[in-house]
Design a protein around this ligand. Structure first.
Ligand SMILES: NC(=O)c1ccc[n+]([C@@H]2O[C@H](COP(=O)([O-])OP(=O)(O)OC[C@H]3O[C@@H](n4cnc5c(N)ncnc54)[C@H](OP(=O)(O)O)[C@@H]3O)[C@@H](O)[C@H]2O)c1
Length: 325
């Protein structure tokens, strides 16, 4: 089969379509004929050689896909060949066929576009595990979502709204903030033009945010703490601004605040099964009913994977970028 592989670590030009062995589903796994694969920032890091695939996983990128089940491994009872699905993957989504654990597969009903569904599993799992399982976001609380127009952010806004939170976002331009507003965000902050700490304070009558979802990292650490409400929780999911930040202990103590961090891909598969089972129970019905929608920025063929990575690196996109075999 064909897959988008990385010839040598480096820039987007190192991606190319190559013939690779077809993956074989083991016990508890399914083989998916890929309809579309979601592009994630982690794929860019993997391409650069900074995020190697875990042992036993294909070494071409791809953390999520949609498609049709081609074959099932031993012990899989609730899925059958021909089913329309999307799935969280440990890797290998940029191939014509991909293997997923059955516990990380979601069934795609006819009313949900199969290509667009490829952009859902990674964001649903990341947002559910961080905002709800780790930070315990509750109805009536205020959540600040940095990168509101990102693949993760567009799903985070919709999920937080669906569960009754007040949503504040940061984004880098007006168009991205308009998208966030259409998805339900109420406090819109252009981080290039204003200090988000001051803007959030003004919008919440000095109360701050109960939960902050942060993919920016080091440079935001102190400002995030200053933006917390009493008892607030910060969840770090990336360090796009760098590894190092300033932690003022007294400031965090005075807020009774807490800082959490997590990385989805490296979690034990049993934990990812648990996350996806909670997604299936709590969020997937909202997707199937149309209340939560995938936001698709653009689609590229496998042959144009280089352009897809260049678009993500440019930061011009809003929502998810998909690759189509
Ligand atoms: N820990 C985990 O388990 C996990 C799982 C999935 C994803 N992630 C991480 O979550 C992040 C978002 O993923 P994605 O797929 O949604 O990526 P994406 O669509 O490329 O979004 C990246 C976002 O980060 C924002 N951003 C980057 N640098 C910034 C800065 N200095 N200040 C403010 N905002 C900044 C951008 O905002 P503007 O475009 O508005 O400037 C953009 O919206 C990525 O870093 C990814 O690696 C983590």
């Amino acid at each position: 089969m064909l897959a988008v592989t990385v010839s040598r670590p480096g820039g987007p030009e190192r991606l190319s379509l190559q013939e690779v062995p077809e993956p074989v589903p083991g016990d508890g796994e399914v083989l998916i004929r890929v309809c579309a694969a979601g592009v994630n920032r982690a794929d860019l890091l993997q391409r650069e050689g900074n995020y190697p695939a875990p042992a036993g996983v294909p070494d071409w990128p791809g953390l999520e896909c949609s498609g049709t089940i081609e074959a099932i491994g031993g012990g899989v009872e609730d899925l059958s060949a021909g089913d329309r699905v999307c799935a969280l993957l440990a890797g290998g989504g940029y191939g014509e066929l991909a293997v997923a654990r059955s516990g990380q597969v979601l069934s795609v009903s006819p009313n949900l576009d199969l290509e667009s569904a490829a952009g859902l599993p990674e964001a649903l799992a990341t947002v559910w595990s961080n905002l709800f399982m780790i930070a315990g976001l509750r109805s009536g609380e205020t959540v600040l979502i940095h990168g509101g127009a990102s693949g993760i952010g567009t799903i985070a806004i919709q999920m937080a709204k669906a569960f009754g939170a007040k949503v504040a976002v940061t984004a880098g331009d007006r168009q991205k903030l308009d998208l966030c507003a259409r998805l339900g965000a109420e406090v819109l902050i252009n981080y290039r033009q204003a200090d988000f700490v001051e803007e959030l304070r003004a919008a919440t009558k000095d109360l701050g945010a109960d939960v902050i979802l942060d993919p920016v990292g080091g440079a935001y650490l102190d400002r995030n703490i200053r933006s917390l409400a009493r008892g607030g929780r910060i969840v770090l999911i990336a360090n796009q601004s760098g590894e190092v930040g300033e932690l003022r202990v007294g400031r965090l103590m005075s807020k009774w605040g807490s800082i959490h961090a997590s990385a989805l891909r490296s979690r034990p598969e049993s934990e990812k099964d648990q996350i996806m089972s909670e997604v299936l129970e709590n969020v997937w019905p909202l997707v199937l009913s149309g209340q939560i929608k995938p936001v698709i920025d653009s689609k590229f063929s496998f042959a144009d994977a280089q352009l897809a990575h260049e678009r993500m690196e440019s930061g011009a996109h809003a929502g998810k970028i998909l690759l189509i075999p």
